[in-house]
Design a binder for this molecule. Structure first.
Ligand code: MG
Length: 337
């Protein structure tokens, strides 16, 4: 029998399950000793508001240029907490494994999760593992939930964009979606395209420390890309937004693949990008703060909030025209996160 494969019995709750948890999963992702393992994690309470979020990851392929489903599952949940101005503290991890999956691959993915969690300063404190029969899931699905501490009284949310606000992004758009597509389809590209998947909580902490109350909205433009996220915020805040096409940072290689596949990078997913809406007086300071950080060296101002019709998003094109920007309709790139 191939000792590397995950068997249905590894999800039985019995001896094999205990072996998998005690020999592989728990030592890698959390390190909680067996005496400390119970039905739920007991967490120290902290004063003030708590941010709480959850996300499921079904990315295909599970290993892609610049990341794995494991690092992505940590980054995605850490970033959703960070976008509320929270300090991410605890994560839970749910694993759904297809029978016959390789233990060696599982180990690599778990190590990637742990490394991403350590980098972000979060602890994986609880989780669950299930195994389903061959063909009933595709290799591995991961659900991560996260809890973060909101240690300030700032109002950072999607309904807080204000006319005059300057919109800043911390770098190039479309890298994640295109990297996954290249990995999945085995596309030959001359320049390597890697996912931007990364935890943004350090960047957010620096931004909050620098501009404080001038920071009105943070959101990560994941599925649906920058266009969809900007449209959501315009609607949620009841404001109009104008983007500048010429200001959008896009890597030439990403633009190249987009044009071959007929995709607009404005709608392609990112996993290490944030959009920050800040008062005009704080825009220079916010931009400088982002650019000082390794995840923000290509930060750019890409648009402004106006007083036009609520929910309207327009883009000034490179040739000086105006075009309407809407949310992504349908599914452009399935299973990119
Ligand atoms: Mg988000």
């Amino acid at each position: 029998m191939n000792n590397d494969l995950i068997l249905l019995g590894h999800g039985s709750g019995g001896r094999l399950s205990h072996q998998l948890l005690d020999e592989l999963i728990i030592p890698i992702v959390s390190g909680i000793p067996s005496a400390g393992q119970n039905d739920a994690a007991l967490l120290d309470n902290f004063p003030g508001r708590i941010a709480y979020t959850t996300d499921s990851f079904v990315v295909d392929p599970i290993f892609f240029p610049g990341g794995t489903i494991g690092s992505l599952a940590v980054h995605g949940t850490v970033n959703d907490l960070a976008m509320m101005g929270a300090r991410p503290v605890w994560l839970s991890v749910g694993l759904i494994i297809e029978e016959g999956f390789s233990k060696a691959d599982l180990r690599t993915i778990l190590e990637d999760m742990r490394s991403a969690a350590d980098t972000a300063g979060v602890a994986i404190v609880t989780g669950d593992t299930k195994v389903v029969p061959r063909g009933k899931a595709d290799k591995l699905f991961i659900t991560t939930s996260g809890v973060g501490a909101v240690e300030h009284t700032l109002q950072i949310h999607g309904a807080n964009a204000q006319p005059g606000d300057v919109i800043i992004i911390n770098g190039t758009i479309g890298d994640h979606g295109i990297a996954v597509m290249v990995g999945r389809e085995g596309l030959q590209v001359s320049t390597e395209i890697t996912s931007d998947s990364a935890s943004l909580n350090g960047l957010v902490a620096a931004l909050i420390a620098e501009v404080g109350t001038a920071l009105h909205v943070l959101r990560d433009p994941t599925r649906g890309g920058v266009a969809t996220t900007i449209k959501e915020i315009a609607q949620q805040s009841g404001v109009s937004i104008t983007l500048q096409e010429a200001a959008l940072p896009v890597k030439p290689a990403v633009l190249g693949v987009c044009s071959i596949l007929g995709l607009d990078p404005l709608f392609v997913a990112n996993e290490g990008k944030l959009l920050a809406f800040v008062s005009p007086t704080a825009a220079d300071a916010a931009l400088a703060t982002l650019r000082r950080h390794s995840l923000g060296i290509n930060a750019a101002v890409i648009g402004t909030v106006g007083t036009g019709p609520a929910g309207r998003v327009q883009m000034e094109t490179v040739i000086g025209g105006m075009r309407s920007v809407d949310m992504l309709s349908g599914e452009q790139l399935p299973r990119i996160c």
